[in-house]
Design a protein around this ligand. Structure first.
Ligand code: BGP
Length: 462
């Protein structure tokens, strides 16, 4: 059958500064936590590859944007590196960075590609982390000032802004699971970090409105569907709580202007409430988002731990886990994540039914593959049919949600070209375009790139 999307549907891809730019130590860029952590502990990083060069977008942006145009993009999501623009996180603005981002934006606009600009993608400036990162309320103020500076500098060229990408990830990975810097495991600190990060987002929206900007501003969330591992009551309850902590925390406050009551009660019960100020409530309720980006890779299959099985047991995140052992899960054989296409539909319908049908788009969806060079054919093109199938199968569900009235405006893949990833460096490749690290970061379009061009050009596929 035929899958046709609306004429003005946003087709494109997403990327982030730290993962693509490189040039981490030149032209006045300050360090962020990733530059620093890699310097300190390279052993933590896959094959000891850090973000210093990444995919060299800083030098190659013109070539890359020409390729985006060739691949049918009408939009592209990038991020501004806070530590490139403001090397200390606050104060002095780096003129070389202002130049660079103006050039990138001009290049995109001249190519007919609308820039979607995100202000924060896991990349806390080191100077800000040294005073406590999101734990410190001063960093919330610094972020608002940085956001305001971006709106003043680039506002006339940008009409889609995002405050943050997946803000729950730095909370989980940095303060609960020992995966991102500052790699501590402390629930109370995690809650404070999450709270201030949400407040920083609302305050950036406040700055946007105060600056009387004409475009839209939103946030990008990994709204990960939480399904119980079984119909056992404890699993059902644990799945609800996982949803509460990891989805509804940021989703409710961003769309509805307040945190879920159940979340507050649970935190209170465990003596985990964050430090707040009375004025915050008004900031949250006045400055909600105009537009929501949804990142989707795989769902959570939530299983309660045994001692949480009693129906009255209070369940906190330490009482459940993701049941990777669930029978019948379809796995990506090349990266180890589940593939569950219907999840994308469930998210969109949930937004339609329970979140005022907020204007949204798919801001990341993609399939990581290890050793992808093995799929190269004789002509040197990576034959990534698995990725084409992945996109198609997800787009079919997006299409169904659209037909049922979901307010979904576009689809961005993760990602345009292979890029550096937080702990995995270049292990899992996601690009429509490959990057050959042994050959001057040479770009080659993959089969999925050509496929994407057709879909974007025809607004759909058969
Ligand atoms: C998302 C992030 C991206 C990207 C992607 C793939 O959570 O927003 O930055 O990295 O996940 O994950 P990974 O690179 O770990 O395979």
């Amino acid at each position: 059958s035929q899958y046709t999307f609306p004429n003005d549907f946003w087709w494109g891809s997403a990327a982030s500064a730290t993962q693509t730019e490189g040039a981490a130590a030149i032209d006045g860029k300050g360090k962020n936590i990733w530059d620093y952590w890699y310097e300190q502990e390279p052993n933590r990083f896959f094959q000891q590859v850090g973000p210093s060069e990444a995919s060299r977008f800083y030098e190659a942006y013109q070539t890359d944007i020409a390729l985006m145009k060739k691949l049918g993009h009408n939009s592209f999501r990038m991020s501004i590196s806070w530590s490139r623009l403001m090397p200390n996180g606050t104060g002095e603005v780096n003129p070389a960075a202002v130049n660079f981002y103006h050039h990138v934006l001009d290049e995109l606009i001249n190519a007919g590609i609308e820039p979607f600009v995100n202000l924060y993608h896991f990349d806390m400036p080191l100077a800000m982390q040294q005073i406590g990162g999101w734990e410190n309320r001063d960093v919330v103020e610094a972020f608002q000032a940085y956001a305001r500076t971006c709106f003043q500098l680039f506002g006339p060229k940008v009409s889609k802004w995002f405050t943050q990408n997946e803000p729950i990830v730095p909370v989980e990975a940095g303060y609960l699971y020992d995966m991102h810097y500052p790699n501590v495991v402390d629930f109370k600190r995690a809650v404070q970090v999450g709270y201030h990060s949400a407040l920083a987002s609302a305050k950036a929206i406040q700055a946007y409105k105060e600056e009387r900007q004409q475009g839209k501003i939103g946030i990008i969330l990994n709204v990960t569907p939480s399904y119980p591992r079984s119909s056992h009551a404890a699993d059902v309850k644990a799945a609800k709580i996982a949803d509460l902590f990891f989805n509804r925390s940021f989703l409710d406050v961003s769309v509805k202007g307040e945190f879920p009551k159940e979340l507050i009660q649970l935190l209170e019960k465990h003596d985990l409430l964050p430090v707040t100020q009375t004025e915050d409530r008004v900031i949250f309720s006045n400055y909600t988002i105009d537009l929501l980006g949804v990142n989707y890779y795989q769902p959570r299959r939530v299983k309660a731990k045994e001692y949480a099985a009693h129906p009255d047991a209070p369940i906190m995140p330490e009482h459940f886990f993701d049941a990777y052992d669930m029978p019948g899960r379809k796995m990506n054989p090349y990266r180890g994540w589940e593939i569950y296409e219907k999840g994308i539909y469930d998210i969109l319908i949930n937004l339609k039914d329970n979140y005022n049908n907020v204007e949204c788009f798919i801001s990341e969806n993609g399939m990581g593959v290890e050793n992808e060079q093995r799929f190269k054919d004789d002509s040197g093109i990576i034959q990534d049919d698995y990725r084409i199938d992945f996109y198609k199968d997800h787009l079919k569900w997006v299409h169904k949600a659209l037909e049922e009235g979901a307010n979904v405006k576009g689809y961005h893949v993760w990602t345009f070209m292979d890029n550096w990833s937080w702990m995995n460096a270049y292990k899992n490749r996601y690009g429509l375009v490959s990057v050959d690290l042994n050959n001057n970061a040479k770009r080659s379009i993959k089969k999925s790139g050509y496929w994407f061009k057709d879909v974007a050009t025809n607004n759909g596929f058969f």
